[in-house]
Ligand binder design. Structure first.
Ligand code: SF4
Length: 400
């Protein structure tokens, strides 16, 4: 223990000296040096897991902040913080730029940014833009460092390359972020994970993972490879949402859990997942998720069976974002996965305004398919989605 403290003091001293040489303020130097050695262990109410080989221990439940946060006093963030969920996942684009500012305000209310883990992301097209955006993130968040900075929404494995890794290394060296990685909403997630292993230099990946992906052999092997390489895996889209009336066909029954809790439990049952990001837009949902995280109860065989049945019964409503299949098969400009994702925002989350705004960013000629293209796309879709009628529905609901 003594030796540990001594090492930490020595580390702090050398970190302070090296930071001083790049012209940081005294407080910024202390903040960064503290962050670099911190074990991120403010509360053990919520179980923790190691984030890959970063050395950081993080709660298994994080709050996603794509929803609109209360700019003055966000009671959900405060509740979660009191219960040990101090890991916030945001992005430059969330809340049309307001999420980070609300988090800055929240941080000042709880006694400072150092009490939080903050992940942020930039979806800039160019690497230069990605580098510049971290300064905007820091300014909005009123902090001088992030805990994790992610390239947002990487769907093409070619984007995981040495240039990106070198930028990540530079940003870490500058002290602007402690760790670095990428998030992915779609594309060939197996290829992306394997490319990250091959390229090296990625600390963590945020990707879609839920009960619908259990049994996907190639994905499972890619996750094994990531774990072996020490890459932290963070799951999002853990609810695998479909419209409520489609989900109701199952009538999920459990003594211990709601359906939402069972879905979270099914992801945590996979110990390759270090943490999950969940949007919690009500106190009720926040309390349910906290209870699920703390509960020592595991899913029963019957509950797992029910989730498997739900996945099978509702597959045709659940686009997995595997655009490398359907979109590649028809033509490169088709935006099937994005159209269906925005339809999901409308149908499942009631976020119609945001869904419409995103949908309008898709060029008109990329929103629909010819009959021949539809036949090809539908024949290749592993979910058996009626792509034609779903794209038509997206057009009706979101184009106005
Ligand atoms: S429509 Fe089917 S093939 Fe296309 S992205 Fe969705 S799930 Fe994958």
């Amino acid at each position: 223990m003594k030796k540990c403290n001594l090492d930490r003091r020595q580390f702090l001293k050398s970190a302070v000296l090296s930071a001083a040489t790049i012209g940081l303020s005294h407080q910024a130097i202390l903040n960064r040096a503290e962050a670099a050695t911190r074990k991120t262990d403010f509360s053990q109410k919520i179980p923790h897991r190691h984030l890959g080989k970063t050395g950081a221990s993080v709660p298994i439940l994080q709050i996603g902040t794509a929803q609109t946060l209360d700019q003055d006093y966000d009671k959900i963030l405060h509740l979660l913080f009191r219960e040990g969920v101090y890991y916030l996942d945001t992005a430059l684009s969330y809340g049309w730029g307001t999420s980070q500012k609300a988090i800055a305000n929240f941080a000042s209310q709880i006694g400072g940014r150092n009490k939080l883990w903050i992940t942020s992301k930039s979806g800039a097209w160019s690497l230069n833009g990605f580098v510049k955006d971290i300064d905007e993130c820091l300014a909005d968040l009123e902090t001088d460092y992030l805990d994790l900075y992610l390239r947002h929404s990487v769907n093409d494995a070619d984007d995981i390359n040495r240039d990106l890794i070198q930028i990540g290394e530079k940003l870490k060296k500058s002290g602007k972020t402690r760790f670095f990685g990428f998030s992915s909403h779609g594309g060939d997630v197996v290829e992306l994970l394997n490319k990250a292993v091959k390229t090296g230099g990625i600390d963590a990946i945020l990707f879609s993972y839920n009960f619908r992906r259990y049994g996907h052999r190639e994905l499972s092997l890619a996750m094994d490879n990531c774990k072996e390489a020490g890459i932290g895996l963070i799951a999002m889209k853990t609810m695998g949402s479909v419209p409520a009336d489609a989900e109701a066909v199952l009538n999920f029954k459990s003594k211990n859990f709601t359906l939402g809790q069972a879905k979270l439990k099914s992801v945590w049952a996979d110990d390759r997942i270090d943490s999950v990001v969940v949007e919690m837009d009500s106190i009720k949902v926040a309390r349910e998720n906290i209870a699920a995280a703390i509960s020592g109860e595991q899913l029963t065989a019957n509950e797992i069976h029910q989730l498997n049945r739900l996945a099978a019964m509702t597959a045709q409503y659940s686009c997995q974002g595997c655009s490398h299949l359907c979109e590649k098969a028809v033509n490169k400009s088709a935006r099937i996965a994005d159209s269906l994702r925005y339809l999901m925002y409308h149908e499942c989350y009631g976020k119609t305004d945001i869904a419409k705004e995103f949908y309008h960013l898709i060029p008109t000629n990329s929103r629909s398919l010819s009959d021949q293209e539809t036949t090809i796309a539908q024949s290749i879709c592993p979910q058996g989605i009626d792509i034609k009628s779903r794209l038509e529905l997206a057009q009706r609901k979101l184009s106005s």
